[in-house]
Structures are given as C-alpha cells and as structure tokens.
Design a protein around this ligand. Structure first.
Ligand code: PLP
Length: 372
C-alpha cells in the first residue's frame, strides 16, 4: 500500500467543479491583482477567524515581515521566537532589520516555553512571535502576561493553525496581529504562494496593506517605500472555494488523529499531547521514536511517506552561526529534533491507510528501534 504524506490531487478531485469555475471566472473578469475576489476572500477569512480585518499578502513569510514592520519594528530591536520552527519565522524577523532571539520549546506541546521567554527580554525587546506549531495554539495567556509586563507586541505565526482555538477563541485574534500562510500544503492552501495578516486593529490593517502595496492606499500616493507582496485574484478565488470546506477537512484531520491515537495506543509511541483548553487542527501529526532515521527509511521502503519538522533547530542552522548560540540553551528543541517524525496527515486519508502506517511503524520499531 502507498501512503503519501499529503495528497493535494485527492482534495482537488473532490472540489474540481467549484475550483475550475472559480478560476475561469477570475480569468474572464481579469481581476488578477486586487479586485473583487481578493476583497471577498479577505472578508470571508476575517469572519472565519472571528477577526475584524484581513489583509491578503504574497505569502506567509511576508505576512510576518509586514506585520512586524507595521508595528514599527526594525533595526536595533529584538524579537523573540521559538527554536523549533520553519526558518520563515525567524527570517521574517531578520528581514525587518531586527535581531532574532531564540527560546527553547516546551517538551510536551512543542510550542515556545513561556517561562523561558522572560529570561531573554532586554530593553531592546519589542515583540514575541509565537508559532502555533503543528496546529496547536500556544499558551497565549502566559505570553500575554509577559507581553503586558514588558510592553511587547505579540505577532502570531499561525501558518500551521487555520481554525485552531484557544479557550474558544480562534487563532488570529489572540495577539496584536496574526500571520497565515496559504502555501499549497497548509491546512488552507492556495495553488501557489499566498498569505494573510489578520488583526482587530484598523490602523494596523491599513499600515499592513500599505507596506504590502508599495507604501500606498491610493494609486500614486506613496507615503513611504513598501514592498510588492499582494494576494492575487486567482489564489483568492481558489481560497474562497476551499474556505467553505475547511471546517469539514479539519474535522476529518481530527478524526484521523483520533484513529492514529487509537492504533498507537499501547505501542509505546507517544501521540501528540493536546492541552486541555485548545482545539488542535493537526496540520501535522508528530510522534517521537528513537533511531528515527532508520525507522523513517523502513517506512519509506513500505511505501509510507513521512517528514521531519524540523531536523535542525533554528539556532543550530548555518544561517544563524553569527548569533553564536550555545545549543545547551535549547535542550528540548535539540532532543526533539532527533526523535520527531511526522506521519501522513490530510483530510482524505483513509482508515485502512492509518491502520497500515501504525502497523508498519510498530514493525519498524521492533526491527530498527533497538539497534541504536
Ligand atoms: C509555512 C510556514 C511559514 C511561511 O509561509 P510561506 O507562505 O511559505 O512563506 C511560516 N511559518 C511557519 C511555521 C510555516 O509553517
């Protein structure tokens, strides 16, 4: 049996008529940049997040960069984020001219260790960029207490967490602004690059919109230099179609996670921990195994595709050598990077595929797990 890591074609086949019609309509109206489809999706996505404003941008990395810049963050500032994320999070911080400061993660939730955040705050610290990693919200109340005490902004990296909840609130409204990616493989994915910033602050939304569009709101009234990072009409129309299905897909992801947990029960493989006050959207289903690389090989030989998110903690990347971090400050991220394994996870995954993955995973552990 073959089990892909994600299956974007299976998703497309299930909504092909709607998608094809939406694409044709955009081309016919030539609303490629800006226009009604972008506006419509921005309104729908703001409503989905239960937020007031949504600004479509070119991708999730730019969303973080633009939100931080709109908050006035730049050279001389420091911005705190977590050691285990995709490089886009820290890259966007550096793009503003600010210095990125890494904090270790919590070993249970994989999210930023809130207690350690206070230890890195200096007079130059301006913001925290927590990542709702794998689809689980960070403990935002703990971060808000710290942010209020030190007068810091919170910009959520919600690239993996469309629709996730914390105490009944959707991510996207938990901080000053939230940044989403619609990279094709994300829970809500476009057919190319796309992203968005969500906020309840009208002037911040306007500022983001200006930065994303050459520093203007009106055609040739450039108030400052911005960038060109806009959500395009085709992607917006595709996203509007897909947004209608997102809750159904999220429920299927949760059902699939429940099946994984059931089949892995008593296997000795720890399933993801879910905090009691959150709703996880399972962008990824991440387990931990020892001798991970051999187990991944074994699964691959059985037709099962897996991933590692992420194999090298950010402070240990060549890109951040200049920050001269001592990796002993990141024991949890370091330990996890050796053990984490992302199993196939998408809405269209079949029960028999999940059962097969779990059976083969247990076989792999039996043969490879104790060879270390
Ligand atoms: C995907 C992702 C991003 C970046 O999004 P792009 O749209 O690819 O630029 C940022 N942060 C995290 C955690 C991501 O997973």
């Amino acid at each position: 049996m073959k089990v892909p890591f994600v299956d974007l074609d299976a998703q497309y086949q299930s909504i092909k008529t709607e998608i094809d019609a939406a694409i044709a309509a955009v081309i016919k109206s030539a609303a490629f940049i800006g226009g009604q489809y972008v506006k419509q999706f921005e309104n729908e996505f703001a409503e989905y997040c239960r937020a007031k404003y949504c600004v479509g941008v070119g991708n999730g990395t730019d969303a973080i960069y633009i939100a931080l810049r709109a908050l006035g963050i730049g050279p001389g500032d420091e911005v705190v984020t977590v050691a285990n994320s995709f490089i886009a999070t820290s890259e966007a911080i550096t793009m503003t001219g600010a210095r990125v400061v890494f904090v270790d993660c919590d070993p249970q939730t994989y999210n930023i260790d809130c207690e350690k955040v206070t230890t890195v705050i200096t007079p130059r610290t301006k913001a925290i960029v927590p990542v709702h990693l794998y689809g689980q919200s960070v403990d935002i109340n703990a971060l808000k207490t710290i942010a209020q005490a030190h007068d810091l902004f919170i910009v959520e990296d919600a690239a993996q967490a469309h629709g996730a909840e914390y105490n009944g609130c959707r991510v996207g409204t938990l901080g000053d602004a939230a940044c989403f990616s619609f990279f094709p493989g994300k829970n809500l994915g476009a057919y190319g690059d796309a992203g968005a910033i969500v906020t309840n602050d009208a002037s911040l939304a306007d500022k983001c919109r200006m930065i994303a569009n050459h520093g203007r709101l009106k055609k040739y009234n450039h108030e400052f230099e911005g960038v060109n990072s806009r959500l395009d009409g085709l992607q917006a129309a595709i996203l509007s179609v897909k947004l209608k299905h997102l809750d159904t897909w999220t429920h299927r992801r949760r059902d699939n996670a429940a099946l994984y947990k059931e089949y892995l029960n008593d296997s000795g493989v720890p399933s993801p921990y879910v905090a009691p006050n959150v709703k996880h959207v399972y962008h990824l289903f991440v387990v931990q195994v020892s001798n991970r690389d051999a187990i991944q090989q074994h699964l691959s030989s059985k037709g099962i595709a897996t991933g590692i998110h992420y194999p090298i903690p950010l402070p240990n990347l060549m890109a951040y050598r200049y920050l001269e971090y001592n990796m002993s400050n990141f024991p949890n991220a370091t330990e996890l990077s050796k053990k984490i394994l992302s199993l196939p996870m998408f809405a269209e995954l079949q029960r028999k595929q999940i059962e097969y993955v779990c059976t083969e995973l247990q076989q792999a552990i039996k043969y490879e797990g104790d060879k270390e």
